[in-house]
Ligand binder design. Structure first.
Ligand code: 5GP
Length: 213
């Protein structure tokens, strides 16, 4: 049987661009994807569940995770710490399972150093004006925090050169279709199959169990 290597997909982009919404919609359409649950020091929002949405930890525990090298990446995102537990990612990739991360840009750049073979997808806002409207509409941020996020957006947009794909989130359905297409195409890439190894294995098996030529 021909098997495939696990692929690490990183969905990332400026704050408020709609990464989370895109990720959720993509997961409804795509099978066999393991989603990493991040650790964070931020307080749970109403309706969020520990272990489902995030692992909510205090700063002391987060520092332990850093010190023990238990995080694949971590970043301070608007005064809260966020990080990707490393073991979950490694174990699933080693089992040939695909893994998806939805993280900020600082974190994605760290993953790029550790896992350059990952597939880096940059979700971009159609324009700064549109992003500003979206940040205001989602009602999670104060005016000051919106200004901070828009100021960071310039640097964030410049980081697109480190990514493999850019998807404009102009219209949700279109953006979701594009991310699904990227995943499908990556899953078909020859380099992601264990062709040589599996063919050697199967010819070896045929030779040893008497069913070969
Ligand atoms: P929120 O607090 O609104 O759920 O997320 C805030 C930001 O943190 C989002 O941009 C989200 O992508 C990012 N984020 C969530 N988990 C992680 C993580 O594990 N690492 C990094 N670097 N960013 C994360």
């Amino acid at each position: 049987m021909v098997t495939r290597k696990g692929i690490l997909f990183i969905i990332s982009g400026p704050s408020g661009v709609g990464k989370g919404t895109i990720k959720d919609a993509v997961l409804e359409k795509i099978n066999d994807m393991q989603v990493s649950i991040s650790a964070t020091t931020r307080e749970p929002r109403s309706g969020e569940i520990n272990g489902r949405d995030y692992f909510f930890v205090n700063e002391h525990r987060f520092q332990q995770l850093i010190d023990n090298d238990e995080l694949l990446e971590y970043a301070n995102v608007y005064n809260n710490m966020y990080g990707t537990p490393r073991q979950f990612v490694e174990e699933n990739l080693n089992r040939g399972q695909d893994v998806m991360l939805e993280i900020d840009i600082q974190g994605a750049l760290q993953v790029k150093l550790r896992k350059p073979e990952g597939v880096f997808i940059f979700i971009a806002p159609p324009s700064i004006e549109e992003l500003s409207l979206r940040l205001a509409a989602r009602g999670k941020d104060t005016q000051k925090s919106i200004e901070l996020r828009l100021a960071a957006c310039k640097w964030e947009m410049e980081q697109v050169e480190h990514y493999d794909y850019v998807v404009l989130n102009h219209e949700l359905k279109d953006a979701v279709d594009k991310v699904c297409s990227i995943i499908t195409a990556e899953r078909c890439k020859v380099k992601n199959f264990n062709l040589e190894r599996d063919m050697i294995d199967s010819s070896f098996n045929q030779g040893t169990n008497g069913s070969g030529r």
